[in-house]
Design a protein around this ligand. Structure first.
Ligand SMILES: C[S@@+](CC[C@H](N)C(=O)[O-])C[C@H]1O[C@@H](n2cnc3c(N)ncnc32)[C@H](O)[C@@H]1O
Length: 413
C-alpha cells in the first residue's frame, strides 16, 4: 500500500518530478501553476515547509511502495479553530484505482487524530466529476456553491466532512471494570505504589534510578490514566503544572481524596480521545496507564498531538516477553512461551475489558508514525529479591533475568 507521509525537505526532487510529469494533466482540471512556479520551485518548496513548520498548513505526499515516487499530494491548509481546507492532486497514471479515495480517507483520520481538527472543507469544480466522487466516497457532503476564485475561475461546489475521533470499543468496559475494582485495587496497591514519589512499574523502581522522566518543575504535565494520582500528586508537589486524566470516576475520586496541598486538576476522559487542544503540554506520561489500556494506534497520536514541539512522551508498559510467558491457568508468569508474540495485540481482562500490547516493532512504528523520536528504551531491571506487587512469577527473580517492562522515552519532532 502506498505510504502517506508528511512533506519533508527530502521529498523535493520527487515532488518536482510529479509536478512536471503531470503538468498538462492537472491543467485540464485546475489552473496551471505557471512557468514561474517551476523556475522558482526551490523557493516555493521552502516556503511550504516554513508554513507547515508554523502550523498553519499540513502537507502530505503519497509515495509509491516500489520506488518512492510521488503518486499524489494531499494538503490541509488554513488550519484554524479545528477546521481546514483539503486539497489534493493525483498523478495521471495513478487515477481510476481508488488511490485518491483511500488517501483522502486516511488524511481525514490524521486530520482528527494528529491535527485535532473537527471539520474539513473541500471545493471541486462542476467539470471535475472524479473529484466530487472521491469526496463523496470519503464521506464529504455538498455544502453550497464555491466561489470561482477558489477554483481557478470555474464554478463549483463546497463539500464538508465533520470528523469524529475514533473511539475504541473497550472504553465502556474498561471504565466499568476500573469503577468496580478501584476500591480493592487502591487498598491492595496504594501502600506500595504510593509509598514514595516517582516509582515506576510493577517493581516500584525509583525514577532517580531509571532516569526516565527527569525534572518537570514548572512544566505542563499530563498523566494519562492517573488512577489515584500517586505520580501526579508527587509531580504537583515538585512544582509541575499537572493534569491527571482517567477514564474511571472511581479512580478520579480516589485521586481527589489523596490529593496533597499542591492541588492539580483531574479530568475524566479517554486516552484515545483527549479533550485538550494541540500543543497543551510539555510532558505526557503514564505508568501502566492510558497507553496500556487504550489502543496504542489511537492513544499515541493523541498524546503526540497535545504535546508541544520538543515535548516528551514517557511511558511504561509490560514487555512482550512478560505477556508471552503469562500462564492464564496458573495466573503467573513462567519460563515458557504461552502466547504468540505476533498475536498479543488485545489482551482480554475481566468483565469484557481490554488492555493492549504491541510487539517491539509495533511500538516503533506507532511512535514514529505519530511524529515522535525515540530517545531511549529503558528495560527496568529489579534486583533478584525485589517483590512484584502485581503478578506472581516463576521463578521469583523472573524480572531480574528477563525484561518485564518497557519504559519508552520519546520526544515530539
Ligand atoms: C494500572 S492503573 C495505572 C494508574 C497508576 N499509575 C497505577 O499504577 O495505579 C490503569 C489506569 O488506567 C485507567 N484507564 C483505563 N482505560 C483508560 C483509557 N482508555 N484512558 C485513560 N485511562 C484509562 C484506569 O481507570 C486506571 O486508573
Amino acid at each position: 500500500m502506498p505510504e502517506l507521509k508528511r512533506l519533508e525537505a527530502g521529498h523535493a526532487p520527487a515532488v518536482l518530478d510529479f509536478e512536471l510529469a503531470n503538468r498538462a494533466w492537472f491543467a485540464a482540471s485546475v489552473s496551471d501553476r505557471g512557468d514561474d512556479y517551476f523556475d522558482r520551485f526551490t523557493d516555493r518548496y521552502d516556503a511550504l515547509l516554513a508554513e507547515q513548520e508554523a502550523g498553519v498548513c499540513a502537507f502530505y505526499v503519497l509515495l509509491a511502495e516500489e520506488d518512492g515516487s510521488v503518486l499524489g499530494r494531499f494538503n490541509l491548509v488554513d488550519l484554524v479553530d479545528g477546521t481546514a481546507q483539503l486539497g489534493y492532486r493525483v498523478a495521471q497514471h495513478a487515477t481510476g484505482r481508488g488511490v485518491a479515495t483511500e488517501a483522502v480517507r486516511r488524511l481525514c483520520a490524521l486530520a482528527a487524530t494528529r491535527h485535532g481538527l473537527h471539520t474539513l472543507r473541500a471545493a471541486a469544480s462542476h467539470g471535475n466529476a472524479a473529484s466530487a466522487r472521491v469526496l463523496a466516497k470519503a464521506g464529504f457532503v455538498p455544502a453550497g456553491p464555491a466561489d470561482p476564485a477558489h477554483l481557478g475561475g470555474k464554478q463549483g461546489t463546497w463539500y464538508r466532512r465533520d470528523l469524529t475521533l475514533p473511539g475504541s470499543p473497550s472504553i465502556p468496559a474498561n471504565r466499568r471494570l476500573w469503577n468496580r475494582i478501584s476500591g480493592a485495587y487502591q487498598h491492595e496497591h496504594d501502600p506500595q505504589i504510593g509509598a514514595a514519589p516517582r516509582l515506576w512499574g510493577m517493581y516500584s523502581l525509583p525514577d532517580a534510578q531509571l532516569h526516565a522522566l527527569g525534572d518537570v518543575t514548572g512544566k505542563r504535565v499530563l498523566e494519562l490514566g492517573c488512577g489515584a494520582g500517586q505520580w501526579s500528586r508527587a509531580l504537583a508537589a515538585e512544582g509541575a503544572r499537572v493534569v491527571g486524566l482517567d477514564l474511571s470516576e472511581a479512580q478520579l475520586a480516589a485521586a481527589a481524596r489523596a490529593m496533597g496541598t499542591a492541588r492539580y486538576p483531574l479530568v475524566q476522559g479517554a486516552a484515545e480521545q483527549l479533550p485538550f487542544a494541540a500543543g497543551s503540554f510539555d510532558v505526557v506520561f503514564c505508568d501502566f496507564g492510558g497507553l496500556s489500556w487504550a489502543p496504542p494506534h489511537l492513544a499515541v497520536p493523541q498524546a503526540a498531538r497535545v504535546l508541544v514541539r520538543g515535548g516528551r512522551l514517557v511511558f511504561n508498559v509490560a514487555s512482550p516477553w512478560f505477556e508471552a510467558c503469562y500462564d492464564e491457568a496458573a495466573a503467573r508468569v513462567t519460563r515458557t512461551l504461552r502466547q504468540d508474540y505476533f498475536g498479543l495485540d488485545t489482551v482480554a481482562e475481566d468483565d469484557g475489558a481490554s488492555s493492549y500490547q504491541l510487539t517491539y516493532g509495533g511500538w516503533v512504528k506507532v511512535l514514529r508514525g505519530a511524529g515522535l523520536v525515540i530517545d531511549d528504551l529503558i528495560e527496568p531491571r529489579p534486583g533478584p529479591t525485589a517483590p512484584n506487587g502485581y503478578n506472581e512469577t516463576d521463578p521469583p527473580d523472573w524480572a531480574h533475568r528477563w525484561p518485564a517492562e518497557l519504559l519508552w522515552v520519546t520526544h515530539k519532532l
